[in-house]
Ligand binder design. Structure first.
Ligand code: NAD
Length: 287
């Protein structure tokens, strides 16, 4: 059986169309949402994301401003800069580009963000709302995983979901979001670097969400017939090839649904960043 694709480009287009409708309604009121991206130093990876964010924001008419701070910026100076953006009424959303240079604790920066402008949902207050279920502003990649799962139309109730990776930005929020349906949630297991027998967990998984970034970590022969697989973890090779944590071709021969390595989670994550920016703008205006 060849798996059906959870097509990230299709899901992203649906979200962007909704965002465009919201943007039109705001424009009528004379409001154009704006996103401030804060980058410290010039990490090549975050440079790539910045370029993509700018292109996507401008394509739907969002104002995107990049604030680049020198690589030797101290934690205190970054916090002060964020506080300045918090009180700037022309800024609706703020995104912090990761990684931050060593010496700056990302948590200090995330805590400094106004929860009302935190478009990645990483401020402790927004992360707390995640525990309450159905957050309006949540971590973009985790919400993207949920949108992709929802696009299958499959009922996940009581099924075995295995999340591989337990970072604050992906694995942990995905696990919490999978539990948001109270009586309709799957049973969730979170595997991580210290998990002793990954194979045994994967073998019983109806839903696999892999967010590690180590190609070959999950062997295709462990995948259960009919499993749903979301490939979050991606490693890009110098020649531009992208590899997921499980080899796509053999895994898709066994799975019922799978995300492509390119055109899966990535485009939906970007679309959710746009949605979050419009949502925070609406919330700030009480709309
Ligand atoms: P991270 O480095 O913070 O976390 C990696 C996780 O993998 C950790 O929780 C760790 O416990 C787990 N891990 C490491 N080795 C393992 C092993 N042998 N067995 C089981 N678990 C293991 O990374 P992150 O920021 O959470 O990102 C994870 C991956 O997702 C990366 O490949 C990243 O590129 C990708 N990502 C994609 C998007 C997107 O929008 N497409 C967004 C964010 C992250």
């Amino acid at each position: 059986m060849a798996a059906q694709l959870m097509d990230g480009n299709v899901v992203a287009k649906r979200i962007k169309d909704e965002v465009a409708r919201d943007m039109e309604a705001l424009k009528v009121k004379g409001i154009i949402p704006s996103l401030a991206a804060v980058q410290v130093g010039d990490n090549p990876e975050s440079k790539m994301y910045v370029g993509m964010q700018k292109k996507n924001c401008e394509a739907i008419g969002l104002v995107y401003n990049l604030h680049t701070l020198p690589a030797d910026t101290s934690e205190t100076a970054l916090v002060r800069y964020i506080e300045k953006l918090n009180s700037d009424r022309s800024v609706n959303g703020i995104i912090l580009q990761m990684p931050l240079p060593q010496g700056i604790n990302p948590r200090s920066a995330q805590k400094a963000l106004s929860p009302a402008k935190d478009v990645e949902g990483m401020n402790p207050s927004n992360l707390g709302m995640l525990l309450y279920g159905n957050p309006k502003i949540g971590p973009c990649t985790a919400l993207s995983v949920m949108e992709l799962l929802r696009s299958t139309g499959e009922n996940l109730k009581g099924r075995e979901a295995v999340v591989v990776g337990h970072s604050e930005i992906v694995g942990k929020p995905v696990a919490i979001l999978l539990l948001q349906w109270l009586t309709d949630s799957p049973t969730v297991t979170v595997c991580h670097i210290a998990t002793k027998d990954l194979e045994s967990h994967i073998r019983r998984a109806d839903i696999i969400i892999s967010a590690v970034g180590k190609p070959g970590l999950i062997k295709p022969e462990w995948v259960k017939e009919g499993a749903i697989i979301v490939l979050v973890g991606i490693k890009r090779l110098p020649d531009g090839t992208a590899l997921g944590d499980v080899d796509f071709e053999p895994a898709s021969a066994k799975a019922s649904w799978i995300t492509p390595v390119k055109g899966g989670v990535g485009p939906v994550t970007t679309a959710i960043l746009l949605r979050n920016t419009v949502e925070v703008t609406k919330m700030q205006l009480g709309i």
